[in-house]
Design a protein around this ligand. Structure first.
Ligand code: FES
Length: 100
């Protein structure tokens, strides 16, 4: 699947990279982590604690907490509300995100 990012007619600023589960992801200034991940075709943000079911973006506005991820070692960070930053380390959260 290719990305969904609009590429023509918009000045997005200078692209930068962060990693998600060890893979490089391109983002632009002002994008949330969730927006950059969606543009990269990545849909899963976490796995539920009890049934290990995949979850991803749902409300996209900070209400549902379905998009929580581990960001720079901190669990339960809402990807839809957190701006992407150069070099940040984002990981899929398993359960409540206890360190392995
Ligand atoms: S998608 Fe609902 S809080 Fe992020």
């Amino acid at each position: 699947m290719t990305g969904f990012r609009i590429t023509d007619g918009i000045d997005r600023g200078t692209a930068f990279q962060f990693t998600c589960d060890g893979e490089s992801v391109t983002a632009y200034p002002g994008e949330s982590i969730a927006a950059a991940l969606m543009a990269a075709g990545k849909r899963q943000t976490r796995v539920t604690a009890r049934r290990q079911m995949p979850r991803g973006l749902y409300c996209g506005m900070g209400v549902c907490w379905e998009c929580i991820m581990i960001v720079n070692g901190k669990p339960a960070v809402r990807a839809c509300m957190t701006p992407a930053e150069p070099g940040m380390k984002v990981e899929t959260q398993h359960g409540v995100g206890d360190p392995a």
